[in-house]
Design a protein around this ligand. Structure first.
Ligand code: 13P
Length: 251
């Protein structure tokens, strides 16, 4: 295993939170201040409507703010969509792309994700590209192949010039309270690492591989201690500052 990289603990609020939820950012800020030296980078991805206010609330703290999706064009006639440029302007540093809920709810293909990744990079955002198999694919033994295909199409060639962040999120583990075994997580992360190194060389070696899917305060330490796991993408347990903080300090 390579030298330990500084982990990233990212919270994906999904379609949760109105103005009142900003209290959780203020609370997290206080918890991080009180804790002092934190060994992870911390990112919160609120809904787009809260992004600007969340960035203001996080000011002066190590908390960074990210979007949950972006359009592949910087502007134009795309009613209801938000561009990477707009996310950056609102205070985002990162953007989650290709989440399985986007792939399922909006029929987002890996080719579409590829275009969004390029848009994010042009706008100065760091993309977090999500991949992961369904339960049927895990059971029929095609999980590695599915992740291969998602990765090879979703990542543009120029991705290798920047910091790569991939989130492995098995679809069947999202919001279910179920997680793969630690061996299965290690196996998939090693597989992803090999693919990234063969395509992007040393940038692949230094890629951050996050695990996502039912990460909670109770399982964070063992998951984050697994080989080739460089952080977590946390859904439900990122909504409350106390729970999210427990995961952050589990690294
Ligand atoms: P849960 O942590 O709620 O399972 O969600 C994971 C996820 O989809 C993060 O992007």
């Amino acid at each position: 295993m390579q030298d330990r990289m500084r982990p990233l603990i990212a919270g994906n609020w999904k379609m949760n939170g109105t103005g009142a939820a900003l209290e959780q950012i203020a609370k997290l800020k206080t918890l991080l201040e009180e804790a002092g030296n934190i060994e992870s980078d911390v990112l919160v991805c609120p809904p787009a409507t809260l992004l600007h206010r969340a960035a203001q609330s996080a000011e002066g703290s190590p908390i960074r703010i990210g979007g949950q999706d972006c359009h592949s064009n910087p502007n134009g006639a795309h009613t209801g969509d938000v561009s990477a440029t707009m996310l950056f302007d609102a205070g985002a540093s990162h953007v989650i792309l290709g989440h399985s809920e986007r792939r399922t709810d909006h029929g987002e293909t890996s080719q579409a994700v590829n275009e969004k990744v390029q848009a994010a990079l042009s706008a100065g955002l760091i993309p977090i590209v999500c991949v992961g198999e369904t339960e049927a694919q895990r059971l029929d033994g095609t999980a590695n192949q599915v992740v291969n295909e998602q990765l090879s199409t979703s990542l543009p060639d120029n991705f290798g010039k920047t910091r790569i962040i991939i989130a492995y999120e098995p679809v069947w583990a999202i919001g279910t309270g179920r997680t793969p075994t630690l061996d299965d997580i290690a196996q998939m992360h090693a597989h992803i690492r090999t693919l990234l190194v063969s395509r992007f060389g040393s940038t692949g070696e230094n890629a951050l591989l996050l695990y996502g899917g039912s990460v909670k305060p109770s399982n964070a330490e063992e998951i984050l201690g697994t080989a080739d796991v460089n952080g977590a993408l946390v859904g439900g347990a990122s909504l409350l500052a106390n729970d999210f903080f427990s995961i952050i300090v589990a690294t």
